[in-house]
Design a protein around this ligand. Structure first.
Ligand code: PDD
Length: 277
């Protein structure tokens, strides 16, 4: 693989980051993951807008224009001959002697790499995914796409140990979101997902789904939902840049929609894939 590090495109074995990089030492950095389909970026502008917002919230200057960042993404797709998969971007405050406050005259570190994956024909589309719940241990600014992901790592490790595909995070009996996705439940023609706040990441895929809802006969109820309600839902699904719209067919061992992906979820997935192509 060819990776990007601070202006250079290098074989991954040759790429180097300082031991003192604040991304490594403090998780003082921001990331984004964008999908690529047919060699083209999906919803790239929206991901870059969120990147700018996340960086702004932690006062991390982003000395690359949006056009420059798009060009770097496209060059990475080209150099890695990526047809389908993801592009990961990470920007950190940079390297300096370890000290908590922002160092003066520090230059941010920018890294990109690609991952070839089958997103459209992922095997879990046919079966749906098994989800288990885990306490939401994260900090109070989950709206910032920070590289500090220990809460998510522990949740997903727990899920893997349970033989599940993913975790939903629960706080005070309420589902906040998936460990790396927005959580949704379906009741009749109504889609339910929680309002945006500091408690969740504002999903780009969530936004895309809401934008095309007007073309469907589904309605959106923006509110929190409890785990109890989710266990009783007609359908459940997650959305993310890499999962698209993915059916959840098991939640904490309870079968959802007879254990098969539901029609509403599959319809939304179909529309999303059309949009993404
Ligand atoms: N995760 N919530 C969390 C906590 C996430 O990490 C993600 C994305 C989402 C969905 O956001 P979007 O629709 O913009 O991908 C919600 C990425 C895919 C990841 O960490 O790999």
């Amino acid at each position: 693989r060819i990776v990007y590090v601070n202006g250079e495109y290098l074989p991954e074995e040759e790429a180097k980051i300082s031991v003192f990089d604040r991304g490594f030492i403090f998780a003082d950095g921001i990331y984004e993951v964008s999908a690529v389909l047919g060699g083209k970026l999906v919803d790239c502008e929206a991901h870059l807008a969120r990147l700018e917002r996340s960086c702004g919230e932690i006062n991390l200057p982003l000395p690359w224009s949006r056009a420059e960042l798009v060009a770097i993404h496209e060059e990475m797709i080209k150099r890695n001959a990526l047809d389908e998969g993801g592009v990961y971007l990470q920007v950190t405050r940079g390297a300096a002697d370890r000290d908590f406050p922002f160092p003066k005259d520090i230059k941010p570190t920018l890294v990109l790499f690609t991952q070839a994956r089958n997103y459209v024909n992922a095997p879990t589309v046919k079966t749906g995914i098994k989800v288990v719940t885990f306490p939401d241990l994260r900090w109070e600014r989950r709206d910032i796409k920070s590289v500090g992901l220990l809460g998510q790592v522990l949740a997903k490790q727990f899920a893997a140990e349970q033989g599940a595909n993913d975790a939903w995070l629960v706080e005070d009996g309420v589902v906040t979101e998936g460990a790396s996705a927005t959580a949704w439940i379906v009741k009749g023609k109504t889609l339910i997902s929680r309002p945006l706040s500091n408690k969740v990441l504002p999903g780009i895929t969530r936004k895309a789904v809401l934008a095309f809802l007007a073309e469907t006969d589904f309605t959106f109820e923006e509110r929190t939902f409890t785990l109890e309600e989710a266990l009783d839902a007609e359908e459940a699904f997650i959305t993310s840049a890499t999962a698209f719209v993915m059916p959840v067919t098991s939640l904490d061992g309870h079968t959802i929609h007879n254990g098969a992906p539901g029609p509403t979820t599959l319809r939304l997935r179909e529309i999303y894939v059309d949009f993404a192509r």
